[in-house]
Design a protein around this ligand. Structure first.
Ligand SMILES: Nc1ncnc2c1ncn2[C@@H]1O[C@H](COP(=O)(O)OP(=O)(O)OP(=O)(O)O)[C@@H](O)[C@H]1O
Length: 748
């Protein structure tokens, strides 16, 4: 998760947009809660034949009752305080008050029972609704009296405690608190009284009309909620896409800064998988965090807060399974991440097969390997299928588990709530244990509203159930992305690096040793000094290290030991870009891009004008075939130079190197694919071009190296002979053998 969090932090520049999206999410959550809250008035209208006028009157009455209750408490406390001030109250007057209250409560309870029995008479049909409403009103009145008696009892108990302990300050604080509450209640009372005339005048009193009005309000609420949901989703998408845009570019910058060692180790198909599949998985995780992970918990929290406000005891009881759910989610998450990582690796292998097959389709077809490649692809996709199924299984397993836990929550709420309503009690009796679950006896509509709110909690939780799998997928993908981003290039620029000298003197290879990672030593003690303007040919058997030696000059790799110097300056002390600007390379494998021929030639010098491009093409003898193409220099060539012959591609690569006008030229088998007719011409062109530049020629063709000033013979990573063609023929048996092989092949 560390890497995921690290990548998510890239969204920081878009925090204001995200802030607005959170505000929208908050509005969505509030409006969702209000939708659920509409259940209570609907039930009240249907069950109690309530209407807005009755509602506001009841509200004002209940506030008046609260104020009365608070007044009674205050009076009781003030009495205790007075007794306290008079020199400490004795226990006797207090116990008299307790007895008085007990008798009062017993009377109230008897009355209550009697009223309830009347409501529960078996022959309900005979009882008029007027009688029922009257009895319900009486019950409410009695309950109110009971609550007042309870409050007095409580205050008295506290008062006696305080007296015993003599904590006068607490008494004062309590009095101040009651005053504060009374002021607040008075404020609400004034507000409702202010609203009352308007409610009586404008709102319907009829049951059906009230219901219709309520539905209309819910509908408007849903529309406004839809608008906020839309805004939130658009803002989240914007933040996500911007973050991905930044990350992709950062990732590309880091990757292109890597050295060749990292590229050859990683493989381009794996890189592609990280750029596409992994980045996509991260994007989905980010989207989940920005949208669902903010909106749904907000909805859940607001509903839970509402449920707490409604009945905190019962809500607490239903939330006992939350730790179990959290632990299950955590365990599933760990297993999931491992499974996802494996499936991502398998996807990388699929990319690899695709790339190899499509790039090498000519070879695949020529060797009739279609079936083999199909089998390879089949096996890897099957492997991916197995791994994806495992991910899906873990994902699907967690869903029913979480659903089960949600159901347990609902069952707890349903059973205990129903118990309270059916027994008309505020206590839940489990064996010898008595648990208080309400502050007052709950009505059926209160219970149903609480269920609706709890259902409002379970909906976001259900929506969050697959969030975990998305996050784990994103976390696994982030690990792979970060692993590559954090990779340090082995070829690094020294902080003291200088601009390259204008090469005028020498290039020195001084006791150069080099080996590829994990391979035996390849170059062993290469020492060679090349003068400016000299043309040096490197010859030797396959794999002896010629190309490798030349790769060390532009620092594609760094030497293990020894030094390479240009005009006396160590190449490691020269700025990378500046060093490479000095050198023109025509590699063994011609690389062309899917673009026009002109832009391919001007690749290393995008500012070059058309005349310069045509001039370079003429020099490399490419002009003739280019002008024969339908769009000439503007002909778009296919991927990797598709649509051109090998020789034509090589000439374009040569033109590209010539256009840069480098001081040092490296030609690695640059004319190997050119036909005999043109070879002599191109050789002449190279000869002319190499004048005034230091040129390294790698070639197996003895004809191509004839114009070299010196020939360096390499064998098994060591220089075995240096001299002209004639000298080497005389002194080196290996050179003679290479010569013979070449001419035998030529004449065959
Ligand atoms: N990126 C690499 N990682 C590991 N080993 C490599 C790498 N590139 C080349 N080699 C190995 O280094 C050795 C020398 O390769 P190099 O390309 O320098 O030979 P060469 O003399 O240019 O051969 P040729 O005449 O066939 O082009 C070979 O054995 C090759 O397998």
């Amino acid at each position: 998760m560390k890497n995921f969090v690290r990548l998510v932090r890239s969204a920081w520049p878009y925090r204001y947009r995200f802030g607005v999206s959170i505000a929208c999410a908050l509005m969505v959550a509030l409006l969702s809660f209000m939708e659920l809250g509409a259940v209570l008035p609907v039930l009240k209208i249907l069950i109690n034949n309530d209407n807005p006028q009755r509602w506001i009157s009841t509200k004002i009455d209940s506030i008046a009752e609260n104020i009365e209750q608070l007044g009674a408490r205050r009076e009781e406390l003030a009495r205790v305080e007075r007794a306290f001030a008079a020199g400490g109250a004795s226990a006797a007057p207090l116990s008299d008050r307790f007895r008085e209250l007990e008798a009062l409560k017993a009377g109230i309870l008897d009355e209550l029972q009697e009223r309830r029995r009347r409501v529960d008479l078996p022959d309900q049909h005979g009882i008029s609704s007027q009688f029922l409403a009257q009895t319900a009103g009486e019950i409410q009145g009695l309950q109110r009296q009971e609550r007042i008696a309870d409050a007095r009892w409580e205050e008295l108990t506290r008062g006696s405690y305080w007296l015993r302990d003599g904590a006068r300050r607490s008494l004062d604080r309590r009095l101040a608190e009651i005053d504060r509450k009374r002021d607040a209640e008075a404020w609400w009372q004034r507000l409702y009284q202010g609203l009352k005339p308007a409610i009586y005048k404008y709102l319907p009193s009829d049951q059906f009309n009230t219901l219709s009005m309520l539905m209309g309000m819910v509908l408007i609420g849903v529309m406004i909620k839809g608008l906020f949901t839309f805004c939130q989703e658009v803002l989240v998408a914007d933040v996500m896409q911007h973050t991905l845009f930044d990350l992709r570019n950062l990732f590309f910058r880091r990757t292109t800064n890597l050295d060749l060692a990292s590229f050859s180790e990683q493989g381009s198909s794996d890189l592609m998988a990280r750029f596409t599949n992994d980045m996509d998985s991260f994007g989905q995780g980010l989207n989940t965090i920005l949208s669902k992970l903010i909106r749904e918990p907000l909805r859940a929290v607001i509903c839970i807060t509402g449920a707490f406000w409604f009945n905190w005891r019962l809500t607490c009881l239903t939330l006992v399974v939350v730790p179990i759910s959290a632990y299950t989610t955590y365990r599933v998450g760990r297993v999931m991440k491992r499974a996802v990582r494996r499936s991502l690796e398998s996807m990388s292998s699929i990319y690899k097969i695709l790339q190899e097959t499509f790039q090498g389709i000519k070879v695949v077809k020529a060797f009739g390997m279609e079936r083999v490649e199909r089998r390879r692809f089949f096996l890897e996709t099957k492997n991916f299928y197995r791994k994806s199924i495992r991910v899906a299984m873990i994902d699907s397993m967690s869903d029913p588990v979480l659903e089960m836990l949600t159901l347990i929550t609902v069952a707890i709420a349903l059973l205990s709530g129903s118990y309270l309503v059916l027994k008309q009690s505020i206590f839940l009796q489990i064996g010898p244990f008595k648990l208080q679950l309400a502050s007052q006896v709950m009505a059926i509509e209160d219970l149903l509203t609480l269920y609706a709110i709890m259902a409002g909690v379970s909906d976001p939780i259900r929506k969050l159930s697959n969030v975990n799998s998305k996050l784990q997928r994103a976390a696994a993908a982030s690990d792979r992305i970060c692993a590559l981003m954090d990779r340090e290039p082995q070829v690094v620029e020294s902080p003291r690096a200088v601009e390259s000298p204008a090469h005028r003197r020498t290039i020195e290879f001084d006791d150069v040793h080099f080996s590829y990672p994990g391979r035996d030593r390849l170059l062993q003690g290469i020492t060679l000094t090349v003068r400016h303007g000299e043309t040096v040919a490197l010859v030797g058997p396959n794999g002896c290290g010629k190309s490798t030696l030349m790769n060390l000059l532009p620092r594609f790799w760094d030497v293990d030991s020894g030094t390479i110097r240009i005009d006396g300056v160590d190449v490691r002390e020269i700025r990378g870009r500046s060093l490479r600007r000095l050198i023109g390379v025509v590699p063994q494998e011609t690389i062309l891009f899917q673009d026009t021929i002109a832009r391919n030639i001007a690749y290393g010098d995008p500012g070059a004008n058309r005349e310069a491009v045509v001039e370079a093409a003429k020099r490399s003898y490419a002009h003739q075939f280019i002008t024969a193409l339908p769009d000439g220099y503007d002909t778009v060539i296919g991927e990797r130079g598709h649509g051109l012959s090998g020789g034509q591609r090589q000439r374009l690569a040569l033109a590209r190197a010539m256009l840069r006008n480098p001081s040092i030229l490296i030609l690695d088998e640059a004319t190997s694919a050119v036909d005999i007719q043109d070879e002599a011409l191109i050789r002449k062109a190279i000869e002319e071009f190499s004048r005034g530049r230091t040129t390294f020629l790698i070639s197996h063709s003895m004809g191509a190296i004839q114009f070299a000033d010196r020939i360096v013979l390499i064998d098994d990573g060591r220089i075995v002979a240096v001299g002209t063609d004639q000298e080497l023929k005389r002194t080196s048996p290996l050179y003679r053998r290479l010569h013979e092989i070449h001419y035998r092949r030529e004449s065959a």
